[in-house]
Ligand binder design. Structure first.
Ligand code: NAP
Length: 462
């Protein structure tokens, strides 16, 4: 990395001013050695940006830089590299501080990096390294959260103070955060969190003149998507190309290739690069907080398909014959009220609490209130997957029938993770990922395993 004298103009621009839609803007692209990242970097370099290609592996990123220079013919002085791991905030600070000292600012941040996550059905997602080894996949759930959500949140936090008014951030999500996507829980959960993060960043950075937009690629022509779709067919025991055909069948656009309409080609990496180019350029100066699909018109509903089993204010529920497990957060008073409402509607309820002390205290409270077997309490800690499965089996035995539904609350009270997302510290980001996201998937895995063993339930569990 060449050192400048700390001016706001990158040094190289004075020697070699460039024209183009991104003329002399300083662009940092994550995952720059990857399929989409390298295409984004090429498009940006062609349009006159100083491009800083970032990645985890020096050899990979250097090879990508050389390829970009060879493909585009831009001067090597206009393309730099930086090594960072998005799950390691210190490595990000070190890399971005160097970028700041060389270029003075970051005009464009493309949060493109993101791993594919484990390709396993929910009941088999690997939570530990031993489980990862057994299933022979690439990442644990925790690693996927860090490599998909952590990388974007950490980059945004560190880069934002280096971005001047007029700067642009683009976060790369996936359309699969809005579609069914079998066996990809550990990919779509952090991507859905990234969508929310991105919307909130646009609110926090808007007053500083910085735009934040989200791009939703559909399946993009690449080895990666073919590997992923093949793995999805494999774990569902489906014929080859079932997953690919499902998604291409839902694309409204049949794109001509060489002037001819045939088959259903997928969108190309350059389509993502073109969208990022537009959003990064001043042509999009009036656009922030937007979500742009690049999917050939793949239909994907934005609204949630989740259903509320109970809310504290919802009193007309008929719970007769239901056995409901309520997984409480630390603020279990709230869960207790939900449980009482369910009991009042005729359901049998077990309240799962993480700490032994809370179990004893809540049992004493229920006894004092004269509440009997219809509402019981057990230990249920999201960091103990085996014990969670045992607790579900024990409830079934005690209830005399299978569990028919679950209510799962966040671990931390509503005001715990508060304040601007950009001001979250390293510990807060790591805790949120581990406690709320990995913990929720661990709980979901326990229920998934339990319910897979109860295929004879009269109606689907909720
Ligand atoms: P790719 O070729 O596998 O590249 C992903 C890049 O992410 C790699 O270069 C990798 O860096 C980087 N990365 C992963 N974890 C990281 C971490 N912890 N810190 C820093 N970098 C990390 O994938 P792609 O197809 O280009 O996908 C790029 C983005 O588009 C991803 O966010 C993906 O979810 C999204 N997307 C892709 C498709 C598709 O069809 N391809 C569809 C929808 C969404 P290293 O080089 O260091 O390994």
């Amino acid at each position: 990395m060449t050192k400048s004298k700390g001016t706001t103009e990158p040094k190289a621009s004075q020697a070699e001013p460039r024209k183009g839609r991104l003329a002399n803007k300083v662009a940092v692209v994550t995952g720059a050695a990857g399929n989409l990242g390298s295409e984004i970097c090429r498009a940006f370099a062609r349009e006159g940006a100083f491009v800083v290609m970032t990645g985890r592996t020096p050899e990979r990123i250097e090879a990508a830089r050389k390829a970009l220079i060879a493909d585009t013919g831009v001067s090597p002085t206009r393309v730099d590299t930086a090594i960072l791991d998005g799950g390691d905030p210190d490595s990000i600070r070190s890399a971005l501080n160097k970028i700041k000292s060389v270029f003075g600012r970051i005009d464009i941040l493309i949060n493109n990096a993101g791993s594919a996550g484990p390709k396993q059905p929910l009941h088999n997602v690997p939570l530990t390294t031993e489980e990862l080894e057994r299933c022979g996949d690439t990442e644990t759930v925790q690693q996927a959260m860090s490599n998909i959500l952590g990388v974007t949140w950490n980059l945004a936090r560190v880069a934002a103070p280096m971005m001047p008014a007029g700067a642009s951030m683009v976060n790369i999500s996936t359309i699969f955060s809005h579609t069914r996507y079998y066996g990809r829980t550990a990919y779509v959960v952090p991507k859905a969190a990234l969508n929310a993060l991105s919307r909130q960043l646009s609110v926090e950075l808007g007053p500083l003149g910085i735009r934040v937009n989200t791009v939703y690629p559909g399946p993009i022509e690449s080895d990666r998507i073919r590997t992923v779709f093949a793995a999805m067919d494999n774990i569902q025991g489906q014929p080859e190309n079932t997953t690919a055909d499902y998604f291409t069948g839902r694309m409204s656009l049949t794109r001509p290739v060489d002037g001819k309409l045939s088959g259903k080609p997928l969108p190309m990496p350059k389509d993502i690069a073109g969208t990022c180019l537009f959003l990064a350029s001043d042509e999009a100066a009036g656009i922030t907080g937007e979500e742009i699909d690049v999917t050939h018109g793949l239909s994907a509903k934005r609204e949630s398909s989740s259903t509320y089993m109970a809310r504290p204010s919802m009193r007309s529920l008929d719970g007769a014959g239901l056995n409901i497990f309520v997984v409480a957060g630390e603020n279990w008073d709230d869960a207790l009220e939900t449980a009482k409402i369910l009991v009042g509607s005729g359901a049998r309820v077990r309240l799962g609490l993480a700490r032994n002390a809370d179990v004893s205290q809540s049992r004493a409270r229920l006894k004092a209130q004269g509440i009997g077997d219809e509402l019981t309490v057990a230990r249920f800690n999201r960091s103990e997957p085996g014990a969670m499965e045992d607790a579900l089996a024990a409830f079934e035995t005690d209830a005399g029938g299978p569990i028919t539904g679950a209510v799962i609350q966040p671990v931390k009270p509503a005001d715990h993770f508060s304040g601007p997302l950009l001001k979250a510290n390293d510990e807060c980001v790591a805790k949120f990922i581990d406690i709320e996201l990995v913990g929720a998937i661990a709980v979901a895995r326990s229920f998934s395993r339990y319910w897979r063993a109860h295929a004879q339930l009269p109606s689907p569990p909720r």
